[in-house]
Design a protein around this ligand. Structure first.
Ligand code: COA
Length: 258
């Protein structure tokens, strides 16, 4: 596997450990990181030695604290739509539709694009200190990497409305209760537990695993929901409140919405 700037990769016993490596920015997903994840996923699909992927974040504080807000702060509607569309196609859908199993090992904050990354994975295990949420409305945005669809699928409409509209984070314990994550563990057990689960999966028939992934993904899948999200996400970029939301974040103050 080649060397990346924003990712660490380590292959052990047919498992690729993929670590998002921008600890000083809480592993926020900038353009370069997303491009590297895409490149890495394509390499995984063509590498028979890799049979499963475990995705985690560098450090103890964050899995991924979202898309890189600074990078899209001056985007217009068209650029906003492209950001969501390209991200969904090249990274998030690629993970969700991957024929090899992908587990998210959530080691801290999983916010916005970070939670969307975790939700694109097939299984989620989180350490007890993890906090999860889709806080985009506090920036004048909505989730754009499939979050409105995948959260609703996992926790149902009622809880999805609550989480997305309030922008509140939930604890790992609460996330397990509502079905957003599969298990919560003490932080030192996170990678061992994710590894144990992956090893169990990899002990089964690879063809059957690939077939099960495909069939489960076909459950109630509606592309129109994802397309509606891309449109609505893009539209937010023309609002005055989007400018206020991202400016407030960058200036480290609370936004004043009109
Ligand atoms: N995009 C860009 N930079 C981010 C980021 C993001 N999504 N999340 C965190 N960072 C950066 C901060 O700007 C800061 O950089 P600086 O040291 O150059 O100022 C650094 O990461 C550390 O974050 P900071 O906010 O100082 O840590 P904190 O402990 O005070 O707060 C969070 C942690 C997760 C609550 C806070 O970083 C946060 O709210 N992040 C944004 C979450 C979000 O809205 N995500 C959705 C994006 S669509």
């Amino acid at each position: 596997m080649k060397n990346y700037i924003n990712l660490l990769t380590d292959i052990q016993n047919n498992i690729l450990y993929l670590t998002i490596n921008r600890e000083e920015k809480l592993n926020a997903l900038n353009k370069d990181t997303l491009a590297e994840i895409h490149d890495c996923l394509i390499a995984v699909l063509n590498n028979d030695l890799i049979k499963g992927i475990i995705i985690t974040g560098k450090g103890e504080k964050a899995f991924v604290a979202g898309a890189d807000i600074k990078e899209f702060s001056d985007f217009n509607e068209e650029q906003g739509k492209n950001l969501a569309k390209e991200g969904q196609t090249k990274v998030f859908d690629l993970i969700a539709n991957c024929k090899k199993p992908v587990i998210a090992a959530i080691n801290g904050f999983a916010l916005g694009g970070g939670l969307e990354l975790a939700m694109a994975c097939h299984i989620r295990i989180a350490s007890q200190n993890a906090k999860l949420g889709l806080p985009e409305v506090s920036l004048g945005l909505i989730p754009g990497y499939g979050g409105t669809q995948r959260l609703t699928e996992l926790v149902g409409k009622g809880k999805a409305f609550e989480m997305i509209l309030t922008a509140d984070m939930v604890s790992a314990e609460e996330a397990a209760k509502i079905g957003l994550i599969n298990h919560t563990v003490v932080s030192t057990d996170l990678l061992p537990q994710a590894t144990a689960m992956m090893e169990k999966i990899l002990s089964r028939s690879p063809e059957a695993i690939a077939a099960a992934l495909k069939a489960i993904n076909a459950f109630n899948h509606s592309q129109s929901g994802y397309d509606a999200e891309i449109q609505a996400f893009g539209n937010c970029f023309s609002s005055q409140n989007f400018k206020e939301g991202v400016t407030a974040f960058l200036e480290k103050r609370k936004p004043k919405f009109y």
